[in-house]
Write a protein of this length. Sequence first.
Length: 129
Amino acid sequence: MGHERYRQVVGSDDRPGVWVGHVVLSAADVAESVAFYVQLGMREVEVAENASVLELRGGTHLIVIKGEPAPQASFDLMVEDLEATHGEWVRRGLEVSEIQQVPFHQAFTVIDPSGTVVTVNSSHVVGNV
């Protein structure tokens, strides 16, 4: 479908028509992980002992379930101001790496309470989300 046809279908809204709905993360302690991800800037949607739902910008939900944590998250995060976020998280005492240049971004990693490494990227979002 050409760009003009796409505009006719979705109207004047120039945002993409699809987005990621849910990503899943296993955690040793769901409550501890929920508190950690809320501290990073996510919003609680549903909180339970063995599974919780957190919301990120754009409506994506992180589902945290009780289970064996992965060494590396299967998703990454993006923030508006990578340097300011990095500095704030260092001040909070979070376990973060140095900022590095990677393809398409600058990035650092943060380690969550279960020991899962999560990559945090600079934004390259185009337009509104």
